[in-house]
Every structure is written in C-alpha cells, then in structure tokens.
Design a protein around this ligand. Structure first.
Ligand code: HEC
Length: 287
C-alpha cells in the first residue's frame, strides 16, 4: 500500500496530450445485445438484422444497416429508441424505464442503456480486437466501490465525468520478439493518467478500495509512463515511449503481468481523494 501511495502522489514526467481515442467501441455494447436480444436477433434476423450474432464483427455490421423504424439512422441507433419506448425486447413486458422494469430479467438495465447511449454518442465505433483478460471491475459484483459509485462490468468505479467508470483495454501482440501491445484508457477526465504494471493482482483480482476506486494491481510495481488525457482518454505507449515489454522489464522467457491506470479526478466527487483507477488487465507475455 505504501509504495502504491507513493506512486499515486508522485506523478513524474507528464508527456504531451494524447490523440483522441474512440471511447466506446462496439465491444462495450455487444454483451448487452447478447444478453437481451439473442432469441430474435442472433440468427432469426427479425426486423432484418442480427445485432446479437455471437460473432462480434457480424453483429457490428448488422448494427450499421439502415433502420426502417428510425428513418435516416442505423439499426444500432434504433435499438435504444425501441428499448426506451418499451417495444424491445418484444413481448418481455418491459416499459423501457429501468426503475419500473427492475426485477424483470429480460429488460435492459440503466447501466446497459447508458452503455448504448455512450456508444451512439461516440459515433458507433466498431469492435476492437482486445488482448489479455480484464479483471477487477467496479460493477458491484466483487468489492464495492467506496461511495456507491458503481461502474459497469468491464470498467472501474464511476468517476466525476463518467458514471460507468474508467476503462482499460489492451490491443496488439504481447511478445518480446514482436511487441505491439498498446494500453488504452477511456471514460476519464481530461487529466493525467499514470500507466503502471505489477506482478500480482490485488485481493485475488477483486481489488481493494483506494481513493475513489479500486486498486487491482500490486507486487513489484513499475510506472510505465504518464499521459495527459484528451477527449476523455489516452493510450500508452506513444511514439518515443518505447515498448511496454522494455519499460516493464519483461524477462526473456515471458511471464504474466498486470496493468492498471491511476488517474487524477480533482473534482469534488466521492471521497476526499483526488484520484481514481480503471479496471485491471492481465497480459501473458510470450518470449
Ligand atoms: C421475442 C423476439 C424479439 C426480441 C427478444 C427482440 N426483438 Fe427486436 N424485433 C423483433 C421483431 C419481430 C421485429 C420486427 C417487427 C418490429 O419492428 O416491431 C424486431 C425489430 C427490431 C428493430 C427494428 C429494426 C429497424 O430496422 O429499425 C430493432 C431496432 C430491434 N428489434 C431491437 C431489439 C433490441 C435492441 C432487442 C434486445 C434488447 C430486441 N430487439 C429483442 C423481435 C424481437
């Protein structure tokens, strides 16, 4: 804890602002469609589309077809309209108001509706191929977030700009011989983000309360670098940063390492602390 506190307090070299990153890829909403819409929109093609196809690329393509219900929009856009006006999922007795629908398992929850709204607002970005395993979510399923600031599955605890919580994903190849791993943190305030690596998961991967969020990564901690978020997110590494395997001193034989992003959140929110964290990501490094 002591070393991580030090890590939290001392934000060293702050590099130039990061380019914009798509905040909400289709990966964030595909699970919502899988869970609520698959009986009729996975293979049956009701309404002329299969947004709940198990193949994420197919499902995304289907989401981009033209809607007959919301003229001039995509079918993906129409999904939120029909969820909120209570006409989908068809025949499930949902009103579309999550408060009224509480307890009805087939209805789309407030958090799920918020995820679709975020995907639409961010321009309906397609799926990204993710690497590794995300863990330690602030979704209330494991350790509770410190102030009831529950995020969504796949993200950390809610922050002052995004109630779903900061989200960390990895893309690219985690191999010493061919390292193209990129860490990508989104749904953050436009403040500084410290990317760090550890040798262990905290509390068996459930994390422990830390600041306004959960600390997911512990053991021997290495600070990879600090970025200034732009358009609510950042990536690491960028040109000039060097590969993660080098920054993280990954041994030649390969190994498992865990990653997380600590970010400043100075607005009055949750605890007196001025920081929060994303979920964690576990990466198995190949030689
Ligand atoms: C029990 C079957 C069933 C389920 C479950 C279901 N749908 Fe549908 N859906 C239909 C049928 C039938 C149609 C075509 C008739 C219509 O438009 O009402 C349709 C049409 C649609 C359309 C219109 C397509 C367009 O071009 O505008 C959208 C959008 C839609 N569904 C979204 C959803 C979403 C989102 C879910 C899950 C939250 C869902 N549906 C779950 C049966 C279903």
């Amino acid at each position: 804890m002591k070393s991580l506190l030090a890590l939290a307090m001392i934000v060293v070299s702050v590099s130039a602002a990061s380019p914009a990153v798509a905040q909400t890829p289709f990966n964030d909403v595909h699970p919502v469609y899988l869970a609520n819409c698959s009986t009729c929109h996975a293979v049956s093609g009701f309404g002329g589309f299969n947004i709940a196809a198990s193949n994420i690329t197919t499902a995304y393509q289907q989401s981009q077809l033209a809607s007959y219900y919301s003229q001039g929009q995509t079918k993906g856009f129409a999904t939120l309209v029909r969820i909120q006006n209570g006409t989908m999922p068809q025949g499930a007795g949902c009103t579309g108001n999550p408060a009224q629908d509480a307890g009805l398992a087939s209805c789309v929850t407030a958090g799920e509706q918020a995820a679709i709204a975020a995907w639409l607002a961010d321009g309906q970005a397609g799926p990204v191929q993710q690497t590794g395993t995300t863990f330690c979510f602030g979704d209330g399923a494991g350790i509770q977030c410190p102030c009831g600031n529950t995020g969504i599955t796949g993200a950390g605890c809610g922050n002052s700009v995004n109630a779903q919580g900061g989200r960390l994903v990895a893309t690219g190849t985690p191999s010493l011989a061919n390292d193209s791993l990129i860490l990508r943190a989104t749904r953050l305030p436009n403040s500084s983000a410290l990317y760090f690596q550890g040798t262990d998961r905290a509390n068996n991967g459930f994390g422990t309360v830390f600041g306004d969020g959960l600390r997911c990564v512990q053991g021997t901690v290495i600070r990879l670098g600090t970025k200034v978020n732009a358009v609510a997110g950042s990536t690491f590494p960028q040109v000039g940063d060097g590969a993660i395997s080098v920054r993280g001193a990954i041994p030649a034989s390969g190994t498992v390492r865990y990653y997380q992003v600590w970010y400043r959140n100075a607005a009055a929110f949750c605890s007196a602390s001025t920081f929060n964290l994303t979920n964690g990501v576990g990466i198995t490094w190949a030689p």
